[in-house]
Every structure is written in C-alpha cells, then in structure tokens.
Design a protein around this ligand. Structure first.
Ligand code: 0A1
Ligand code: ZN
Length: 881
C-alpha cells in the first residue's frame, strides 16, 4: 500500500496560534524504556481569540498518562487525544495551568528526534518538530516560553544532568538513594525547538570567557570518557567565536554557562539549543592522529555557527518554518565571515563557492528546487537544504554588497535592537536594511521568492576608435517544476577591466546600468552597458568574489583565461579563470572519450597549472585549490544532459595523468618541500600540507615508475591524519600496489576511533573502480558497519552515492539499486537520514537514456514501497514529478 501524501503547509495560510504558552515547567524522570515526563504549562488565551475556542496541541507518538487543568483532573469528555494530538474542547478563558503527563521510550527512538539515547547518553533533538515527541505542546517557533527543567535519573547511569539556561539546584532525591536531580532555568523566552536536555556518564573539559561587559561565563564541553584530550580545538574555536561576535556584530553572550555536548548518533551537524548546544561528535573531536585539516576547519566553522545562533536564531527567532533562512542564511554568512577572518579570506571564499556550486546549484536546477524562502512544504525536515543555508548566505552577502559595509552594520544593529525577543520574518529583516540605507529593497526581495540559478550571459565588443566597451547582458532562469517563468533579479556584478599590463584600467563613464564603485547592478532581463574612455581592449573580469549566486557565461578564449589566471587582481577570479580553462579543456576530452578518440590534454592547461605549481609567491592553500581539477560531478553539471559518467571519469583521469607526467620534476620538488616538525592545525600549516598532497596526487597519476613507492612511503611515515588519509586515498583510488595492506594498517591503527573508521569506509566507498560496488556491499555487512549510526551510514552509502559518480551511475543500474535498497531499509528506522540519502537521485534526468531509466526504476521501486515515511515520500514524489 502506498502511504498517503501528507497535506502541504503553506506560507500564505500562516496565522498565530489562538493561545500562547508563557511558561513551561518540565519534570523528566529518566529511564531507558519508560521516561515519565510531567509538563506544567502556563497558557493564556490571546485577546483576539473567542472564549471557548478549542486548544489543539501537537504530539508525536505520545502516550498520555495524566491531564489536569488548574490542578484538577479533567473529565474525559472535555478533551480528545491521539498519539499525535491533544485537544482541549473548551479551555478556560482566563490564564490557566495545564498539566500533562506523558510516557516515552528513549531506547526505541531510532529516528533520533525528541528524546533518545546515544551510546547510553540521554539527549534530545527538537528542531524542527521534535519537542512534540516529549510532551503535547504548541510546537511552533512563534510560541515563546520561559522554561524550567527538572531532570531526574539514576546517579550511576547519568551522573551529569544538563538543561537549557543556568543551573539552579541539584542533589539527591529524598527516599530514592540511587537517584539524583538537577534543576535548570532559562530566563530567555524561547520556542520549543530550542529546548534540550542531556543526561549521562560524561567527561568534560572546562574553560571560561569574560564578556565585554564583564560577565563571566563557564564554558564546558562534554564528551564520552577518554575523549577529553580531543576537545582543545573546539574550545579554542568557541572562545574565538565569542570574542569575534562581540567585535564584529556587537553580540554578547547572555547566560552564566555555555555547554556543548558531543554525541556519536546525530542526524545533522549540530544544534543551537539555548545554552546547551548538542553536536555530532564529528564537529567537536579532533587530534593530530584522527582529524584532517578539513575536520579542524569544519569544527571551527560549526562551533562558530552554533554559537552565533544565540543571537541569530535564539534571541531573534523565526515566526514560522518558512522563515528558516532568516536564521540559517544569516548565521551561515556570519560563520563564513568568521572563518574568513581566522583564515585566508580568498581561500575561504573559493571553498564556499565550490560548495555552493556542487551542492546548491544542482538542487536549484532539478526537481527539488525551491526558493530560499519556500512557500510550501509537506515535511519541514526536508528543507534544511543547501538552498536555505548556502544560497541564503549568498543573499545576505549580496545585501551587504548593495547597502555597503556601513549600511550592513547599521542594519544588523537595528535588527538586533528592534527584534530582540521576537519571532519574526524576512520582511522585518529586510526592512531594517531598507530603513538605514534609504534603499528600496523590494526588488531585491525576489531572491527569497524565486527558485533557480539565474544564467547571466555577457557578450562584449570593444571599439578601438571610440575607446568604448559594450556589454550585451541577459539574465534568465530555466523553467522549473512549478516555476515556468522567471522575473529578472537585482544582480550585483563586481568587475574589473584588465589592461595588457595586468592592472585594472580606469574608464570615464558607464551608460545602461547603475555602477557603484566596482559593482555593476543588473536589474533587467536584457541590458546593454557601455563603458567609455577605455584605452585598450580589456580582459574582462566579471563576477569578482562571486558577487552573486549566478551562472555566468561570458565566452572567453583559452589565452584570455590563461592571462587572467596569472594576472587578475581578484584572487577569486584568478582561481575561477584557471578552473574555467580546465573545465573547457575537460569538456573537450569528455567529447573525445565519448567518441572513442585519443585523449590529448590541451597544452595551455598544462602550462597554466605548471605556472601555479612553480609560483612560490602565492599562498600554498590558494595554490592547492587552484591545482584541483573540477570534480566529476562539476563536469556532469556543466554537461547538463545525456551525461555519461564513465566518459567524464576517463577525461579527468587523462588530464590528471598528463599533468603529472608533464610536471614530474616540479612535482618532485614540491614533494621534497614537505615540512616536518611539530604538528600545527592552523590554516597556514594546513595550506602547506594541502599543496604537498595535491602535488602528490598528480605525481601518483603520472607515469613515474616510483609513484606507488613514494605514496606508500608517505602513508607509512605520516604523523597526522591529513597526510595519512591523502596517501591512503591515492593508493585505494588508484588501485596501486600496497592499497590493501594500507587499508588494513589504517583499520588496525584506528579500530577504536569511530570518526577515523568513518574515513576508512569513505575512502573505499568513493574509489572510482569497477569493483567498488562489490566492496561497498561487503562493507555494509562488515562487523564495524552500524546501520543505526548516521555518520557510519553517511560514510559508506551516502559517500558512495554522492562521491562516486561513475560507480553510483554504473550503466547496469546496480549502483542505483543498491542505494535504493538502503533508502528503503533505513526509512523504517530513521526517515530523516533516509530522505537525505534519497536526494542523491535528484539529478537522475541528466543521465543518458540507459542510466536514467535505471535510476527512474529505482525511484519507482521506492515510491511503491509500503508505509514510506512522510520524509521519503516527499522527496521521491518530487523527484518523479
Ligand atoms: N539548526 C541546526 C541544524 C539542525 C537542523 C535540523 C535538525 O533536525 C532536523 C538538527 C539540526 C543548525 O543550523 O546548525
Ligand atoms: Zn544553523
């Protein structure tokens, strides 16, 4: 039987709840299989609500054990109850106290929403709608209450008891010597999705922070025993985040304590619960032996992200879930800025744009496309997307470009002051910037409303006699499901006109578009822009710093790209020029591979990469990024339709081999510069490792007879995870001699580190080898595989589906079928993780006919399954629509 399609929730139907809940007193008697929750809710009818209007509370699989109003048990005829809903038919018209008893089973909770246990630790996840799985409630973000939480548990089972806000009291439970309790009080009114509690046998590391107004804050990070020595980087990142937010955004912390708990079973990255952030341990734990440089950078960013939510999300929250980008887009923008200040701004920008293009662009071009602020959803958990987060951050970045740095600061100051303590909207946010800047942002607001990535096409012509440059510019979004037409958007294009000496040229005036400093502001479907006083034909550098989330097509000869790859004063566009050059060359190789022709790499690409490799004046991290070829999925996206992933892989392999063989001497030199000495996780040392490992990758792809020997040697000698994993990846993905022995050595070394073992699974799942599917099948039955641990599932099945285009997309459809099996098996236990895995099919129509029909069959099979969750039903329906 096909599960019913859930009704769509629509933005236009928003209305406030008829009642509000002002205070919540929770008492949680913890037990693994039968936790008793007692909630005392102080409820008030809103003035617009007619007396006697029913009160409908949300529930999620709950068992009601008691119910009273103002201390008196209420008769059965005055309410109705199901596991998912509690309705008081005629509540008191004056403020009243509703007491609700519910019983829940944390151990049976495999979906990891609400209260569950991870390695024995009780923890909660309430965003978006998990609180209703703890007690009946108005589980929506515009109901803000003050929470007091009493937690009681067996002392031996859970010596640590944590809640939101500040600790109030703790001690033994009278007459129950084996039990103890703690009471926490959070004075800041908050929505239920920010509720959290944790109870378990945990170790911790402690530090403190003095805020700019002199408040002392106790900082603690809780982890499983034995992991305390992996918390230093997270703690350091937290203190830097707290200081940065004061200095840059004027945001100060507002409680006496800030606690972080790391758990090993978590659906997402981390969660910003007020005063009690709960993290996937992947974003907390790090040391030299088990974490890569990328892990260190991610930890820094995610710690900052969750901390920054304290103001953007918690103090000012969302009126409804359609406004999710209000907190997420803004907070991602803030964490990106933080990382840029901690590291190289250029490298951070390039990395963020790569992520946007690889994750958000395909989402925005296929059946799962939605506006940054969606207008409807059936399952909100499916909207924690790259569009809401990453494109949402790009929209905030464009806003800053348009109103200027000072206008942006004034706008955020006004936002914090005006909306503190509120649940608000995108309109209210934009109004702050419009007000301080005096600009009309109503056209700009389209970025929140319209799905799809605009394609901006530019044709340029230079008139030497008139000394003028003319640009014919158009913008268009390809039709999407539910969005046949698009409207032209406001698009800020930062630009430069580069002269033959490599310097930016001046010009006299511009007609046809508004120009503010180095920024051209487009706003029409078609525009002709004329620059006069341009003394020679310039190399055109458009979209500097990736100033808008658009696809830019501005035809450019290989030689011009090579020139800009060497001379563009904008580091982002310098990187982009070399990437575009490599992409154009790779696309020619893909066509040759499809035609069965010989694959000969273009010399201009070999030359440009050689120059980058030998240019010691450039930042090593920037060089490492510039030397990376566009990925297989990037190329598939460029090709757009009739994609044959095997041809893409062949083309990329051919260019890698050519680069390796052509520059063998330079590569050997780069390898010999690998630094030794004490490990430093900072960005500079990480950049040097990245460059050395990028050089090693080309060397391994070359025809050097000692390539495998050198990679094996590095694997054996590596004293940190970045280098060890880089070597292991080259051995396994290149199917080099020594690969199996290295895999075994890696597994033995890291047998007790779950996060390091995830890497062991991932390396094998992403190997572009015809044997990989069989390996992955075996690994799914391996004693170390745990299908209930989301990180492990992601490191094997998700990694295979998203990080191995040629094998997931095997022509016989076996890759699709394998992933479909896992989606179905997972769906019954953890719908959120299953639905996310299912999104790997979103670009299925872009494959060539044989593959796309296999992918469609896999989707059909999922669609026809019995009792599919609402999460997976939503994704599969949209994929097939
Ligand atoms: N708000 C968190 C991410 C998060 C979202 C949803 C979750 O469960 C459905 C859990 C966490 C963040 O942005 O970090
Ligand atoms: Zn967030």
């Amino acid at each position: 039987m096909r599960s019913d399609t859930a009704p769509a929730i629509r933005l236009e139907d928003y209305s406030p709840a008829p009642y509000t809940i002002e205070a919540v007193a929770l008492d949680m008697q913890l037990a693994p299989k039968a936790t008793q929750v007692h909630a005392r809710l102080t409820i008030r009818r809103l003035t617009d609500t007619l007396p006697g209007t029913p009160l409908v509370l949300d529930g999620g699989g709950l068992e009601l054990t008691s119910l009273s109003v103002n201390g008196v048990a209420i008769p059965v005829e005055s309410y109705t109850v199901t596991p998912d809903k509690l309705e008081l038919l005629s509540p008191p018209s004056e403020p009243f106290e509703l007491e609700i008893g519910t019983r829940i089973d944390p151990d049976a909770n495999t979906q990891l929403e609400g209260l569950y246990r991870s390695s024995g630790t009780y923890c909660t996840q309430c965003e978006a709608e998990g609180f209703r799985r703890i007690t009946y409630f108005l589980d929506r973000p515009d109901v803000l209450a003050v929470y007091t939480t009493r937690i009681e548990a067996r002392k031996s089972e859970a010596p640590i008891l944590l809640g939101n806000g500040n600790p109030v009291e703790s001690g033994p439970v009278p007459d129950k010597p084996e039990r103890h309790f703690a009471i926490w009080h959070d004075p800041h009114p908050k929505p239920s999705y920010l509720f959290a509690m944790v109870a378990g046998d945990l170790a911790h590391v402690a530090d403190s922070f003095t805020t700019r107004s002199g408040r002392n804050v106790d900082l603690k990070i809780y982890v499983e025993h034995g992991r305390e020595d992996k918390c230093d980087w997270a703690m350091d990142s937290l203190k830097r985040s707290m200081r940065w937010d004061e200095e840059v955004f004027g945001c100060e912390y507002d409680l006496d304590v800030f606690n972080i708990v790391a758990v090993s079973d978590f659906n997402m990255g981390a969660m910003e619960n007020k005063g009690l952030n709960i993290f996937n341990d992947k974003y907390v734990l790090a040391d030299q032996d088990t974490a890569t440089d990328q892990d260190y950078a991610n930890i820094e960013a995610v710690i900052a992200h969750e901390y920054f939510h304290n103001w953007t999300g918690n103090r000012i929250t969302c009126r409804d879930w359609f406004q999710l980008c209000l907190k997420e887009g803004l907070t991602v923008f803030r964490d990106q800025e933080f990382s840029s200040d901690m590291r190289s701004r250029a490298v951070k920008r390039i990395s963020d744009v790569r992520l946007l293009k690889s994750h958000q662009f395909p989402e925005d071009a296929g059946p799962l496309a939605h506006p940054v602020r969606p207008r409807k959803y059936t399952e909100i958990n499916n909207f924690y997307t790259a569009t809401v987060y990453e494109k949402g951050a790009e929209v905030v970045r464009m806003l800053k470009t348009l109103v200027g740095a000072d206008g942006f600061k004034a706008g955020t100051d006004l936002y914090f002051q005006r909306h503190d303590g509120e649940a608000t909207t995108i309109e209210a946010f934009l109004a702050c910037f419009a007000e301080v800047s005096g600009q009309d942002l109503s056209h700009f607001a389209l970025w929140y409303e319209q799905a799809g990535t605009p394609l901006v096409e530019v044709e340029s012509s230079y008139d030497a006699t008139a000394q003028s440059l003319t640009l014919q510019i158009s913008q268009e979004i390809a039709p999407l499901p539910g969005q046949a037409d698009s409207k032209p958007a406001v698009i800020p294009i930062r630009f430069g006109l580069i002269g033959s000496d490599g310097a930016d040229m001046s010009f006299d005036k511009v007609e046809g578009a508004e120009v503010r400093q180095d920024c051209l502001i487009l706003s029409q479907r078609r525009q002709t822009v004329r620059f006069s006083g341009v003394s020679e034909r310039p190399a055109l550098s458009l979209l500097r710093g990736f100033s808008a989330p658009v696809k830019l097509h501005a035809p450019e000869k290989d030689q011009d790209l090579a020139f800009r790859a060497a001379h563009d004063s904008d580091p982002f566009n310098r990187w982009q020029a070399s990437q575009t050059l490599a992409t154009q060359s790779l696309l020619r190789l893909v066509r040759a591979a499809e035609a069965g022709e010989e694959l000969v790499a273009d010399s201009v690409v070999l030359d440009v990469f050689g120059s980058i490799l030998s240019d010691g004046s450039l930042d090593p991290a920037f060089r490492a990024l510039s030397l990376q070829l566009p990925g297989e999925a990037d190329l598939a996206r460029e090709i757009g339709k009739n994609v044959d992933p095997t041809a893409v892989l062949k083309a990329r392999d051919a260019l890698r081999a050519a680069l390796g063989s052509t520059h063998m001497d330079l590569l050997r030199a780069a390898l010999s510069q690998r630094e030794s000495g004490p490990f430093d996780p900072g960005a500079e040392a990480a950049g040097k490792r990245a460059l050395a490992n990028q050089a090693l990758a080309y060397f391994a792809a070359s025809d050097a007879s000692d390539a495998a020997l050198i990679v094996n040697d590095l694997f054996d000698r590596a004293d940190n995870m970045t280098d060890r994993l880089a070597a292991l990846t080259l051995l396994v993905h290149g199917d080099l001699p020594g690969a199996q022995a290295a895999l075994e050595a890696f597994r033995n070394r890291h047998e007790t580190s779950s996060l390091a073992l995830d890497k062991w699974f991932m390396v094998q799942a992403t190997a572009p080898l015809s044997s990989t599917l069989e390996t992955v099948r075996d690994l799914a039955g391996h004693r170390l595989f745990d299908e209930n641990n989301p990180n492990r599932v992601r490191s094997l099945v998700h990694a295979f589906a998203t990080g191995n285009p040629s094998q997931f997309g095997r022509p016989d459809g076996a890759g699709f079928s394998f992933v479909a099996d896992h989606v179905l098996a997972l769906d019954a236990r953890n719908p959120q993780v299953a639905a996310r895995l299912l999104t790997c099919f979103r670009s299925w129509r872009a494959y060539e006919a044989q593959r796309s029909s296999h992918a469609e069959a896999a989707l059909q099979r999922i669609s026809e399954a019995e009792n599919l969750s609402r999460d997976s039903r939503d994704i599969v329906d949209r994929c097939l629509q």
